[in-house]
Every structure is written in C-alpha cells, then in structure tokens.
Design a protein around this ligand. Structure first.
Ligand code: ATP
Length: 355
C-alpha cells in the first residue's frame, strides 16, 4: 500500500516561492505525472515527497500517516533521476545489486532478485557487461533496475527519459507503463513533456509557478482544461486563441468574424477568448461541416499524414491541421471551419474557462 497525499505544501527559497498551497492525492498503485514547464516546482514537489526537502508549511502522508520528520530511507521511496550515476567499474549485475548489498541480502536471494529485475527490464543478456559497454537506453534500464530491486513502496522519477533520443524515449514510455502494470506500485513521475504525460499517466497534475492548476485524467485535462494555461500547455500543437466578445447570442471576433455563441458565452459580458485546437479546425470543402472563419494561408508545413496550415484571420494567425489531399498555397483565401462543440471559451483577463 502506498497512497501519497500532499496537503497545503508551501516552500520558499529566499524570496522565491517555489511551491504555493500544493495539494494532491496520489492513489495507491497509480501512475501519477507532475507536468509543467521549467521552474514550475515539479522537482521540489518530488523532493518534498522523498524527504530531501522540508516544506515550510503542509503535510506529506503515506497511507494516511504523516511522514513528518521521517528520513528519505524511512519513507522507503526510490528516486530515479535523468542523470543516472552507475558504478563504471562494476558489472550491470553488481550495479543492480548494490541496494541489496547495503541491506545485507544473502548471495542466493540477491542473484534471484537481480535476475528477476533484469528479465523484467529485458537486460538479462547484459548482466556481465560494464556500463561503458551499454547504450544510453540500456544504462537507463540499469538505473531503473537498481530502483526496482529494492521493492520500495513508491517510485519517484524525475524526467528519467530526458537524455534519450526521441525514438528511444517513445519506446521507453511504453516500457515504463508495462513495468508499472507489472510491479503495481505507485509511480510519481515528473515531466515537462505533455505527450509523455498523456501517454503514460493515469492522472496528471499540471503545475505552473508553484501552484497546481488542475488534476485529472489525461482526457480531462485535454478536453476540459480549467484555464488558458492548461489549455495551451497540454496538446501536441498549441491551442489557437482568438479574441472576441458576445453580443446578442453572436460571438464577434476582434478580427471581424462572427460565430453563433456557445451557451457558456451567453450572459458573459466583456472580453473573451475562443480556444480551438488545430485538430478541431478544418478547411471548408474537406468534408467537415461547421461554422467558418475567412482567412488567408500564411504558411504551409506538410507532415505526411496531415498538413499544418498557418492561416491569417485578420491580425491573428491560427494553426489548422488539414487533410493532405488538397494542395494549399501561401496567399490563398479559404474558409476555416470551427467545430464549436470542441471549442473552449476563456475570460480574457483571468484566463479561467467559462462553463
Ligand atoms: P525543471 O523542469 O527545470 O527541472 P521544475 O519544475 O522541476 O523545473 P524546480 O526545480 O522545482 O522546478 O524549481 C522551482 C523553482 O525553485 C525554480 O525557480 C528554481 O530555480 C527554484 N529552486 C529550486 N531549488 C532551489 C534551491 N535549492 N535554491 C534556490 N532556488 C531553488
């Protein structure tokens, strides 16, 4: 059992408030991702959970018991970092076994545990090699093996895939989710990569400037972002934002366009922003209906299966993921269809989503 709860955590370094009222509840056995840009406070949160950093205010609980002044060892969590220091003069087997040696585990038990972990990580054929004879991905697996062999109550991972190339990262994502299912322990994983978070997490906490913005499943933060920050941070291509206001049930764009106002906009005076993801836009005539914005093609970027179009709508450039079948040219006028059922509305000044 290892449910991890943070309540009202605050942490400052001199006059910089790194964490402000951070509360999250990580269910036992879940894959929980702390997602946010650089400096958001992700590593500090992980260090507070591990007991490497004491919060100024707030409480960390494991299975309902306050961790209070417990040391990192007493908390029985394993940390895996992006820079993994393996012992270069030891074999892979010796590296993986090192936490067990520190605990005086007998040689037979040690060999059994190392072999089990190596099989799980698919590095059993590498056990007699030295770290210098391994690829980056294999070294990362050895570092994971060293954490796994201890069987801690929870794994805390700080961007462990950052140093791997793109292809290997994608492969390791799948490996980590497989591993998580197999070991069934709580994983708390720090990432600044929204695609990584979406692919692996059961639940995501989006952090920004030391504050939790939203906690939810990948689908919840993607489909129902609570504010503009979450909406634009989550998603493989950035959400488009168009300034507008509502008058007589019509959404009127600052750039002159008009669309029927979604129910959430009605009765909301003042400046708004319409948020639409590039994948929820299409070019008129490509088979998708909807309400249209008149624009001019500004740039064309073929992606193979789709074409990314930058389209000028008045003074605003929006991005559209279009079908690759029709050739588009810079300077061409076209109508961009908006799927209003997938659109979001934000208060322009507070950035909060209207619902
Ligand atoms: P990154 O993705 O870049 O690792 P992060 O979200 O993990 O960022 P943190 O490392 O938690 O962010 O840092 C949050 C803020 O606290 C940053 O502004 C950072 O400079 C500051 N900070 C972190 N540790 C210390 C420290 N020991 N002393 C002073 N400031 C610190």
């Amino acid at each position: 059992m290892s449910r991890v709860e943070l309540t009202g955590i605050a942490k400052s370094f001199d006059d910089l408030q790194a964490l402000d009222d951070v509360s999250v509840d990580v269910e036992d056995g879940s894959f929980f991702v702390l997602l946010g840009p650089s400096g958001a406070g992700k590593t500090t949160t992980l260090r507070v959970i591990a007991g490497l950093e004491a919060p100024d205010v707030g409480d960390v609980r494991f299975d309902g018991h306050s961790a209070g002044g417990a040391t990192p060892a007493e908390r029985d969590v394993a940390m895996v970092f992006q820079s993994y220091a393996l012992y270069p003069k030891q074999t892979v087997a010796q590296n993986i076994a090192s936490p067990l040696r520190a605990r005086n585990v007998g040689p037979d038990e040690m060999q059994k545990r190392v072999e089990e972990v190596a099989t799980l990580l698919r590095i059993d054929h590498l056990l007699q090699r030295h770290p210098g004879q391994l690829s980056g991905g294999e070294q990362q697996r050895v570092a994971l093996g060293r954490a796994l062999v201890r069987e801690p109550r929870a794994f805390l991972m700080d961007e462990p895939l950052t140093n791997l190339d793109v292809k290997l990262r994608v492969e390791m994502r799948a490996e980590l989710t497989r591993l998580h299912r197999h070991v069934g322990r709580t994983f708390i994983y720090v990432s600044n990569d929204q695609a990584e978070a979406m692919a692996m997490a059961d639940r995501i906490a989006v952090l920004h400037e030391g504050r939790i913005q939203q906690v939810g499943t990948p689908e919840e933060v993607y489909d129902h972002p609570v504010n503009r920050f979450v909406a634009t941070f989550v998603g493989s291509s950035r959400m488009n934002l168009l300034d507008c206001e509502v008058q007589d049930e019509v959404l009127i764009g600052t750039d002159g366009w008009r669309l029927p106002a979604p129910p959430a906009a009605l009765g909301h005076p003042g400046r708004l922003q319409l948020g639409v993801r590039p994948e929820d836009l299409s070019v008129a005539g490509e088979g998708s209906g909807g309400h249209a914005l008149r624009g001019v093609v500004y740039a064309v970027e073929p992606l193979g299966d789709r074409v990314l179009l930058d389209v000028e709508i008045g003074d605003t450039v929006i991005r559209v993921k279009a079908a690759p079948t029709v050739v588009h040219e810079v300077g061409q006028a076209l109508d961009v269809c908006v799927d209003l059922t997938r659109a979001h509305l934000f208060d322009h000044d507070t950035g909060l989503a209207l619902s």
